[in-house]
Write a protein that binds this ligand. Sequence first.
Ligand code: ZN
Length: 271
Amino acid sequence: MKNEVCYRCNDSRFDRMLAIDKAVSIVKCRKCGLARTYPYPDFNYGSQEKYCKFYLDNGSSFRTFARAIMAEVKKYKTGGRFLDIGCSVGYLLDEARDAGFKETFGVELNLDAAEAARKKGHVVYTKPLEELKLEEKMFDAVSFNHVLEHILYFKPFLAQTGRILKDDGVVYAGMPNYNSLMQKWLKQNWYGWGMPDHVWHFEPATFKAVMMEGGFEAKGIKQNTMGYSYSKSLRKNTIATVARIADRLGCGDQALGVFKKVIFTQVDWLR
Ligand SMILES: [Zn+2]
């Protein structure tokens, strides 16, 4: 890893955590602990035909996930404008509308998925957030579920999120958590590594720290289990059962949380 420095802290010392295959590894910054894919993946999101179909074909699972996310958001915020970054075909936006958010917006780079969400009446942008010139303090709630781990330059992304969020707004974020029973058991076969497109890999501590550096304070990080379905395969069913047990024990392989904007006022500084 010559001439490579950590995007988060600029340190140049990395430890290899795991080899995914001969060409790709997961490495971890020795100073700040942020894990990444080495080498960085290069992935085109715009033209993935299977992407939209996958979300439409697995609608009932994704609707269940969306309902669980909205249950968390609703504890802190209902009503106003909701933005889902990486909205896919709009399942979370549907739930947001049902929960009382009057205006629902999405960002989705996959054009087919964006169109499917638009057909349900949501406003969907098809450019990265950093390229959209959205109004300052436009949104009451912003979500990005399983998105941050895909974004190479997450600092300007988080800065933009803070800029477009109202001061009393909330952010929901979720991502795979590698510090989990499922990862420790399945190693390079754990699907949370998200090959070939995940750039970053988080566990609750780095998730919370990166969000804080981006200007968002955690109101509570939870660990639950990602969707493992039962099927005719014994191996898959064993994995699904262990995943459910991990969920019950609070050591699931997804980390998620609701965050509030950190606002530094002079009064805070004087305290
Ligand atoms: Zn680092």
